[in-house]
Design a protein around this ligand. Structure first.
Ligand code: CTP
Length: 403
């Protein structure tokens, strides 16, 4: 994740930290929130302090840490929970243990953290973490259901090896996922035209199988599509990312595909009830006619000829009234003329042009320079982060949806 928009500057985020082994990730989360331009206000439980000294959080958050001790000792201590609840824009509990989640669901306020939760009126996000069996227990499931029903955003746990040595679902969402959820909680308060809309975004380069081990692929990193998906998620959209790339701890639905045919099938299925399609993926135009069984052997061959056939044009095949479509044109050179022709040929609402030969931008890079072709003219976005490019694209989608 790169820079955050300035609108978040100086907003206070209450970070409730409870006693789970994933607490080391909370340190990284607090650092990340500072980088995003927030003022984290950390409140820990007694159990949390057995894992990490408050000094660590004070250092990374650049602010004193609130805990049960400080609540009783300071002069205005009785009202510390009310004061903290008043100053913050959003509250996130990470890691959230089964015990704290149970207290939150029951409305208990026997420590500073749970008292602040009860007194807080803004959006609340929890990132549970626990052993898989505790996570599956009917009591935990019920507590999480109750919290979700009351509007708390419950970030899903991840599958994998747990601190107890067992495998299962119980790992805390990554700090990046939590940071994105914090930004979304604040951004969706200012609901724009993308809020609640279903947007399907594609990303990455497809792989067309030659045989059991080889494929024809391209160098697309999937970063531009991922940035658009993140931006749409931040604006409150219901996002489905159809991608050829692994996505760590996604905040939204992800459908993994490999080939152009698989991408066509997945997109076809997903756009049925979608409002917007953004085709940022680098889809192969040709694939081997037949996938060879096993592995093609070199043997005595001096050359090898592959017969390639055209793939389906996913973008062109998804045209229907009511679906706002965005295409990309990565051209070798400043070929805006080709991009304009492509926009007309594919009948898209927006076309995002970039020159893959331009220095330091495009494939694999974190930066891009784009021109967005819209029905009302062309918007040039000079070289900047892919995050900023994604925001410019989302602005144009929102403008288009309002037309
Ligand atoms: N696209 C697609 N399905 C394909 C090929 C491309 O949906 N089989 C989409 C891309 O995701 C992109 C847009 O079409 O949004 C333009 O892709 P591009 O490769 O630039 O154009 P092509 O249609 O392949 O034309 P050409 O190769 O002649 O430039």
């Amino acid at each position: 994740m790169s820079e955050a928009p300035a609108i978040h500057a100086a907003r206070t985020v209450l970070v409730g930290v409870t006693g789970g082994i994933a607490i080391y990730k909370a340190v990284e989360l607090v650092r990340g929130l500072v980088k995003d331009g927030f003022r984290p206000l950390v409140v820990t439980t007694e159990a949390a302090q057995r894992f990490v000294m408050p000094l660590t959080f004070a250092a990374v958050s650049q602010a004193p840490v609130l805990d049960d001790q400080s609540a009783w000792q300071s002069s205005g201590g009785w009202f510390q929970h009310i004061e903290a609840a008043r100053t913050a824009s959003v509250m996130v509990v990470a890691p959230a243990t089964a015990n704290t989640l149970a207290k939150m669901a029951a409305g208990m306020a026997d420590n500073l953290l749970t008292a602040i939760y009860l007194a807080f009126r803004g959006p609340v996000i929890v990132a549970p973490t626990m052993n898989w069996a505790m996570n599956e227990h009917a009591a935990t499931r019920e507590n999480l259901r109750v919290l979700a029903e009351r509007g708390v955003e419950v970030l899903p746990t991840e599958e994998g090896e747990l601190a107890c040595g067992e495998e299962g679902s119980g790992r805390m969402a990554s700090p990046d996922v939590i940071r994105l959820a914090v930004r979304r909680a604040l951004a969706s308060a200012a609901a724009g035209p993308l809020a609640g809309k279903k947007i399907v975004v594609t990303s990455g380069g497809t792989r067309e199988r030659i045989d059991a081990v080889r494929f024809i692929g391209n160098r697309s990193s999937g970063k531009m599509g991922r940035a658009v998906a993140d931006e749409a998620y931040l604006r409150g959209a219901r996002v489905t990312l159809v991608t050829t790339q692994p996505v760590e701890g996604p905040s939204y639905d992800v459908v993994r595909v490999e080939s152009a045919d698989e991408m066509a099938a997945a997109v076809g299925e997903q756009v049925r009830d979608a409002d917007v399609l953004v085709m940022a993926a680098a889809v192969a135009d040709f694939r081997p006619k037949d996938e060879q069984a096993g592995k093609i052997e070199r043997g005595a061959r001096e050359s090898l000829t592959l017969e390639l056939v055209r793939t389906v044009d996913v973008l062109a095949s998804t045209a229907r009234p009511g679906l706002f479509r965005v295409g990309f044109a990565a051209e070798a050179g400043p070929r805006l003329d080709r991009a304009r022709a492509k926009k007309a040929a594919k009948g898209v609402d927006l076309l995002v042009f970039n020159d893959i030969l331009a220095e330091g931008v495009g494939i694999g890079s974190d930066e891009n320079e784009i021109t967005i072709l819209t029905p009302n003219g062309e918007v040039h976005v000079p070289r900047t982060s892919k995050t900023a490019c994604a925001a410019a694209i989302a602005d144009q989608i929102e403008a288009g949806l309002e037309r």
